[in-house]
Design a protein around this ligand. Structure first.
Ligand SMILES: NC(=O)c1ccc[n+]([C@@H]2O[C@H](COP(=O)([O-])OP(=O)(O)OC[C@H]3O[C@@H](n4cnc5c(N)ncnc54)[C@H](O)[C@@H]3O)[C@@H](O)[C@H]2O)c1
Length: 287
């Protein structure tokens, strides 16, 4: 436990009720009483029915958030939502294709109508796309990935920021990738979209830095999710072994490891961070 001098300095520097309350709890000897970091906050997550988005939704609900999931139509929606609701029954699902501007506008409006505010947004919905060299890529394959992975993030940010600017508060986290930082053969659409997401993140972070709104991105390495399985990257496949070998830690990541970074960026723990890209990649980008 910090001595009283450093405690006072910490309080002065942090200026955050969360930090002050945790310290107060510590000094009262209440070390077992966990502060929930997103109590009553509205957390909007796109692509929250599967993989990384689902893990982030569960983590946010556990931290006390009212979670709103926007995702494509899915037979799994009811089962996934009841899993998320175990941690906070207020969670809602809205069917939405993020590639369609009007659907995103309507969805964000529904979230605000239901919960009154929009405090945290995780723009996570994404697809892998067909593998092809640029010269062999069809126009359709290109536009499909750009439509979801880049235009979708713009659609969401635009409507989220309109609300957050009114509130003069908010946090946005965009799901980029290690492939937002380096190339990857046969995935030019995905690589271009994820680089674009980092560009959007940086430009918007500058625009809203003095308006109480923080905007950051996460760059995961390869994570065990249905997105990888559907691309044929499984534990025992040749592709799977190759992908694992690109990570110095010698394994794929887990969705919960990305969710931990999401909670960090969503809360006052990262209060002096905006425009950054948090790499959670088992060392992939160090090489
Ligand atoms: N899995 C990885 O290795 C990895 C690595 C880096 C980045 N990412 C990124 O993380 C995000 C989540 O990926 P994941 O691995 O959890 O994949 P996933 O396939 O498990 O989940 C993606 C979710 O997005 C939804 N979605 C797809 N298109 C949509 C659309 N047009 N509108 C609304 N929802 C849509 C899907 O229905 C699904 O629920 C994606 O942006 C992906 O590019 C994944």
């Amino acid at each position: 436990m910090p001595d009283s001098c450093s405690l006072a300095a910490y309080k002065r520097i942090s200026g955050y009720i969360v930090a002050e309350k945790s310290i107060a709890g510590l000094s009262a000897g209440k070390t077992n009483q966990k502060m929930r970091k997103l109590e009553n906050k509205t957390v909007f997550i796109t692509g929250g029915l599967s993989g990384i988005g689902k893990a982030c939704a569960i983590a946010a609900a556990r931290e006390g958030a009212n979670v709103a999931i926007a995702d494509r139509k899915s037979d799994a929606a009811a089962a996934t939502m009841s899993e998320i609701k175990k941690d906070n029954p207020s969670a809602i699902f809205i069917e939405c294709d993020v590639a369609v501007y009007q659907q995103v506008q309507d969805t964000v409006q529904k979230v605000i109508k239901k919960f009154g505010t929009l405090d945290v947004a995780l723009n996570n919905a994404g697809i892998g796309g067909e593998a092809a060299k640029v010269g062999d890529m069809t126009d359709e394959a290109w536009h499909k990935v750009i439509g979801v992975n880049l235009n979708g993030v713009f659609h969401c940010m635009k409507h989220e920021l309109m609300q957050m600017a009114k509130q003069k508060s908010g946090v946005i986290i965009n799901m980029s990738s290690i492939l937002g930082k380096v190339g990857f053969a046969t995935s030019s659409h995905y690589v271009a979209a994820k680089h674009g997401v980092l560009g959007l993140t940086k430009a918007a972070a500058l625009e809203y830095a003095t308006e109480g709104i923080r905007i950051n991105a996460i760059c995961p390495g390869f994570i065990e999710t249905p997105l990888l399985t559907e691309a044929g990257i499984t534990d025992n496949s040749e592709a799977g072994k190759y992908i694992v070998s690109l990570h110095p830690m010698g394994r794929l990541g887990k969705s919960e490891e990305i969710a931990a970074g999401f909670i960090f960026l969503a809360t006052a723990d990262s209060s002096f961070m905006t425009g950054t890209a948090l790499e959670i990649d088992g060392g992939f980008l160090v090489r």
